[in-house]
Design a protein around this ligand. Structure first.
Ligand SMILES: [Zn+2]
Length: 438
């Protein structure tokens, strides 16, 4: 099946920042066949997209989809209170069907916002996969592993959990061309270093990426420092944890030299500026990481610390925080933020065939309405990229394709009944809270 989208403003997000002010995009099955000024070949279907901006789907490099069920339950508290008092007591009461309801709600919200790929770390991995299959989103599912007594009755020991996760990855990786997998050791504060080393060795042996939370808070960094092993990043490197394909969320409290270690090992970073700000955790040094050669993506984190999954907010906030912190408006330009949400985000999560509209890349595409007042005026091609970061938003998303299949039309998700999705999530959230209270 060859589909021609003709007459739109094609923002390719390639490394040359090519924009075709009136261009064509051709999708052939799950891939981009052509992105350029004019396509003269054959096609099966043709859609006039005049008045639309055509760009790669956004990549949410770090989230926990079922946590939509906890949206609004743990606001205005720090990470410790958030996890130990509000979230973990509820999480151990979750069922597979609760997790599915929350995950479908998250995918629906993300698809409507033009997010075509999400990196998801959670338990109930079967529910996460099913939600991705049913909604049509591309998901990198990295089941969480941790060593905490409260979780042992549910997940087993970390060794048992790791074996289970590896088996899960083997079963699902590559499914339908849009389910990808990896291992998700939660954080250096929820797993001992030897366990992290062993999990990493297993992941490397299986050729799987590893997704971890890393130095999110000052307390986490301070607690690790007392072990006398150097910085957390240095200790992970020494233990061999960074030897494979790794991507780390947050990286707020890095020590001198840590960015160079991350760059050397091609560790991708999922920058979550809004979640970090809301938890009062700090501001990750995104500009310094970029300058050191680290591939940085953008993540919303879970809906309980954000509280939405609208990556357009991160797209704008990341450069604003960098500028405000450095007192320098040039330090993180709009294009770099756009790259973090697309091409560079793909590299950060070790999915190099995503995030660009060019031949051979995956057909993950979003169309944005240009008839919004906030998108006017336009001076030249470059204006579009500035507008995407500083003026656009999820309400302008008109259509979305994932892996060559259209999943959003006229701003509506085609794969689900949105009202039913909201109802199911509402019921699940209330039921979980009821079980905790009981
Ligand atoms: Zn997280």
């Amino acid at each position: 099946m060859r589909t021609l989208l003709t007459g739109g403003v094609v923002v390719t997000c390639d490394s040359d920042w090519t924009v075709h002010a009136s261009g064509d995009l051709v999708l052939q099955d799950d891939l981009v066949l052509y992105a350029g000024p004019r396509y003269d070949g054959e096609y099966d279907a043709r859609t006039d997209v005049t008045g639309r901006l055509v760009m790669p789907g956004l990549i949410n490099a770090h989230t926990h989809t079922p946590m939509t069920l906890f949206r609004g339950l743990a606001d205005d508290v720090d990470l410790h209170v958030f996890l130990q008092e509000r979230i973990w007591p509820r999480e151990i009461e979750l069922t597979n069907s609760d997790a599915y309801a929350g995950s479908v709600l998250a995918a629906t919200e993300m698809l409507k916002a033009g997010v075509t790929t999400c990196v998801d770390m959670y338990f109930f991995e079967d529910a996460l996969v099913q939600a991705a299959i049913d909604t049509g989103i591309r998901a990198v599912v990295t089941p969480g592993i941790l060593d905490a007594p409260v979780w042992q009755p549910i997940l087993g020991t970390w060794e048992q959990r790791t074996a289970h996760v590896l088996d899960f990855c083997k079963r699902w990786d590559g499914h339908d061309g849009r389910i990808h997998t990896g291992v998700g050791p939660h954080a250096p504060y929820t797993l001992p270093l030897p366990a992290l080393a062993e999990i990493a060795a297993e992941a490397q042996h299986a050729g799987l990426p590893l997704h971890i939370h890393l130095v999110e808070t000052q307390e986490e960094r301070a607690a690790f420092a007392t072990r006398g092993l150097g910085s957390t990043v240095f200790a992970l490197e020494q233990a061999g944890v960074l030897a494979g394909a790794v991507f780390a969320a947050h990286c707020v409290w890095l020590d001198d030299g840590d960015a160079a270690i991350l760059a050397q090992h091609q560790v991708g970073v999922a920058h979550c500026p809004l979640s970090n700000a809301k938890l009062g955790a700090g501001i990750a040094p995104a500009a310094a990481l970029l300058a050191t050669g680290v591939q940085v993506g953008l993540g919303t984190d879970g809906a309980a610390t954000n509280n939405n999954l609208d990556l357009w907010e991160e797209l704008k906030l990341a450069p604003l925080l960098a500028k405000a912190t450095a007192l320098d408006p040039t330090i993180l330009p709009a294009r770099q933020s756009l790259a973090m949400a697309t091409r560079m985000g793909a590299l950060a999560i070790h999915q190099p065939r995503l995030g660009v509209l060019a031949e051979g890349y995956k057909a993950d595409v979003l169309l944005l309405r240009l008839d919004d007042p906030a998108m006017t005026p336009v001076f030249d091609e470059a204006t579009y990229m500035d507008h995407l970061v500083y003026a656009a938003g999820r309400s302008m998303v008109d259509a979305v394709w994932v892996n060559g299949t259209q999943v959003v039309r006229d701003g509506m998700v085609l794969t689900v009944d949105e009202a039913a999705v909201r109802d199911a999530a509402q019921r699940a959230a209330i039921a979980v809270s009821g079980r905790v209270a009981g």
